[in-house]
Design a protein around this ligand. Structure first.
Ligand code: UDX
Length: 440
């Protein structure tokens, strides 16, 4: 099938590459000529495990092309995916200017039977507006479908090629049949193709992300409570998780959720609710709890030093919003860095892949360390913001020698508090029970 994907961000690039991998003729389009030039040379603008190899292989096979010119690739295409960014406006609503610009640029080149499929996360009602806009500009019927994407950064290829489900919102049976054929290589009996209305598909994406964000804010609030009543959130998590109605997934406490989706989508759904005069108290609380949770490590460090942080040096491990990505959008580490700088502390930071992105935000305000152990040299304490695998079993002896206060503030619960106590550290995780003799 001939396919065009507009937008070469995370979703667009992974979508185009995976469809090429299953044998389709795919062209990815972007208005950024520099990005297209780099992609044509096999240079991938994002860090995503496995993607570079897949792009190169499919480009070499002639199934995957990159261009800035819609007039060159849209004619003859059966499916045109819109995967442009929908960033957050100041009021929390989604900025749809990219969607409208993409619609207008492809419209004059669309075949009669082409389907325009929106993969970007867009507020309920947007796909119907896309349909009306195209119908008006072409003065004929058009096929429009909503096909939200659920992939996670860091596991994007696996998530795309083995989806838990594929959701499509359609207006015609023909569009549903074409999309089912396209997705067939990735479907299994237990991983179904779900056909629904445009509005339900749009809503499904927001409800899924808001449900996941709610789970995280819920367990974070419970973790904070566990810590002060002498309970251990890991024991509690197991205690509740065996109830099959609750389960174990997505209930790991931490320093709050970040990334390009959860914070934006929770606020966008709140904006939709407010537009329709519907209350969204729960979503508001999920967002508020997350904002507070991002401050937890700073508050702990501040309490440890009795408020005075001026002149202290804090080592930070992990800057990306989660492991296996260089994405720092809404990353909890950035909140910690801002608060520490404001308090007059110095920072020595490490991340395996996100350092360049952090440099572009903070310049020379913080020290960037090539190796994780360089951060602790001369530092007072260590804070951990991202659970990269290489942080899981470090050389504790070296760290104890280096850290002046021999204290670790762990926002991802990587270590056993009892063992850390035996190793001679002051160790504070999220919602963990303190070993007897360190209880204040
Ligand atoms: C998310 C959704 O999972 C995905 O379906 C959607 O398409 C896009 O948004 P992503 O943003 O890549 O994907 O990251 P995800 O792995 O879901 O993690 C989001 C945030 O939640 C991270 O900051 C992570 O650290 C945090 N998290 C996740 C927790 O704090 N605890 C958990 O138990 C799980």
């Amino acid at each position: 099938m001939k396919i065009v994907v507009i937008g070469t961000g995370y979703v667009g690039l992974v979508t185009g590459t995976c469809f090429a991998e299953s044998g389709n003729d795919v062209t990815c389009v972007d208005i950024n000529a520099d990005k297209i030039e780099r992609l044509n040379q096999g240079e991938i603008p994002i860090y995503e495990p496995g993607l570079t190899e897949l792009v190169k292989r499919n480009s070499a096979a002639g199934r995957l092309k990159f261009t800035t010119d819609v007039a060159e690739c849209v004619p003859g295409a059966r499916c045109v995916f819109l995967a442009v960014g929908t960033p957050m406006d100041e009021d929390g609503s989604a900025d749809l200017s990219g969607i409208w610009a993409a619609c207008d640029s492809v419209a004059p080149h669309l075949e009669e039977d082409a389907i325009i499929i929106c993969k970007s996360t867009v507020p309920v009602g947007t796909n119907r507006k896309v349909y009306e806009r195209l119908k008006k500009s072409l003065n004929r019927e058009v096929h429009v479908a909503s096909n939200p994407e659920f992939l996670k950064e860091g596991c994007a290829i696996d998530d795309f090629t083995k989806p838990d489900r594929v959701v499509v919102g359609v207006m015609t049976a023909e569009a549903a049949e074409t999309l089912e054929e396209l997705y067939k290589p990735f479907l299994r009996t237990e991983h179904p193709f779900l056909v629904m209305g445009l509005e339900s598909a749009e809503m499904t994406k927001y409800v899924a992300n808001c449900m996941l964000a709610t789970k995280i804010s819920f367990i974070n609030e419970m973790a904070n409570l566990c810590e002060v009543v002498g309970a251990d959130v890991n024991e509690v998590r197991k205690g509740i998780g065996h109830d099959q109605r609750i389960g174990f997934q997505f209930l790991f406490p931490g320093v709050g959720y970040g990334g390009s989706c959860f914070p934006k989508d929770v606020r966008a759904l709140m904006a939709t609710a407010s537009e329709h005069q519907v209350s969204s108290q729960l979503l508001q609380s999920v967002d508020n709890v997350n904002k507070s949770q991002k401050c937890v490590l700073f508050e702990k460090i501040q309490r440890f030093f009795g408020s005075e942080l001026k002149g202290k040096t804090i080592a930070i491990w992990g800057l990306a919003f989660k492991p296996r990505t260089d994405d720092i959008r809404e990353a909890p580490a950035l909140t910690l860095i801002d608060q520490l700088l404001e308090a007059g502390a110095s920072i020595r930071a490490h991340d395996p892949v996100a350092m360049d992105n952090v440099k572009s935000v903070y310049g020379d305000k913080i020290t960037y360390c090539k190796h994780q152990y360089e951060t602790v040299e001369g530092a007072d304490v260590l804070a951990i913001c991202t659970e990269w695998n290489e942080y899981r079993t470090p050389d504790f002896n070296f760290m104890k020698q280096q850290l002046k206060s021999q204290a670790i503030f762990d926002g991802r619960n990587l270590y056993d508090p009892q063992k850390m106590f035996a190793r001679g550290f002051y160790y504070s995780g999220i919602g963990l029970k303190q070993p007897k003799s360190t209880e204040a």
